[in-house]
Ligand binder design. Structure first.
Ligand code: ZN
Ligand code: ZN
Length: 266
């Protein structure tokens, strides 16, 4: 059985990843992947929104780089995508991004629970002390639910990101989670098994096996992503992610071609 596609990978254009797309492609072939997708952090309308995404004027360069990899690696399927931040109020911007190129898919991610605080930003780690953790999780899942409802995204990224630094979810996460998963199911939106969590303090794939079980029961499709920000992270821990998905009951994952869905066995 071949490894599933790695649909979550970054490039240096986001200013915090190392290694060029062609190096990632080479690495993918070395470790036996047959399909990958680049999904770098999409620009925001204001370039100074934060310092960990591509500037708006880099978008065409990003697309050109990925198109070149598609051409230079005919033996590898390479998808063109973006990881787009979902914040309420940015719907027009996301629509505008979607219209600019022929994307294969968008990953919708919630990093921001307010206009200025990204919960996973190591430079803003101290902000966790100023917040009520239960409230952070609540807002996070409400935004995730809204993101699924927009219909803008084929995939919802790392669906329990607030655990990154080891902040465990509150006891009653399941109702929030069920609401999100129902929205994902209704709008035919996949969630990803993101192995980057294994490299963070939480030491666990995003999302947790509990959430993944709920997702399976709800009928929410999945994809796989390493969230690689460095060459050695491409396809990292995919065997473990596949095991988790199969343990929960999944046998198929989603693929996307120009925003049309297909399914693949893994
Ligand atoms: Zn990143
Ligand atoms: Zn992310």
């Amino acid at each position: 059985m071949s490894l599933p596609a790695d649909y979550h990978m970054h490039t240096p254009l986001c200013r915090h990843a190392r290694g060029e797309p062609e190096e990632y492609a080479k690495r993918a072939l070395e470790i036996g992947l047959t399909e990958i997708g680049f999904s770098d952090h999409a620009p925001m309308p204001q370039d100074d929104f934060d310092n960990w995404r591509m500037n708006a004027d880099k978008l065409d360069e990003y697309v050109a780089k990925i198109r070149k990899v598609q051409k230079d690696f005919p033996q590898l399927t390479v998808r063109l995508a973006l990881e787009v931040d979902y914040l309420p109020g940015y719907e027009d911007w996301i629509r505008d991004l979607a219209a600019r190129h022929l994307w294969d898919y968008f990953i919708g991610s919630v990093h921001y629970v307010s206009d200025s605080w990204a919960i996973d930003d190591p430079q803003k780690l101290s902000e966790w002390k100023n917040r009520d953790a239960d409230e952070v999780w609540k807002v996070y899942f409400e935004r995730l639910t809204k993101a699924a409802e927009t219909g803008f995204f084929e995939i919802i990224g790392h669906a329990d990101l607030p655990k990154k630094f080891g902040n465990r979810p509150p006891y009653n996460l399941a109702p929030l989670c069920r609401k999100f998963l129902a929205a994902a199911k209704k709008h035919d939106c996949a969630i990803e098994l993101n192995t980057a969590g294994l490299r963070k303090d939480c030491r666990e794939i995003y999302p947790s096996s509990e959430i993944l079980q709920l997702a399976f029961q709800t009928g929410v499709p999945i994809t796989f992503g390493s969230d690689a920000h460095a060459l050695e992270e491409v396809g990292m821990n995919f065997a473990e992610a596949v095991r988790l998905a199969r343990d929960v009951g999944y046998r198929e994952c989603r693929r996307f071609v120009q925003r049309q869905k297909q399914s693949a066995k893994f």
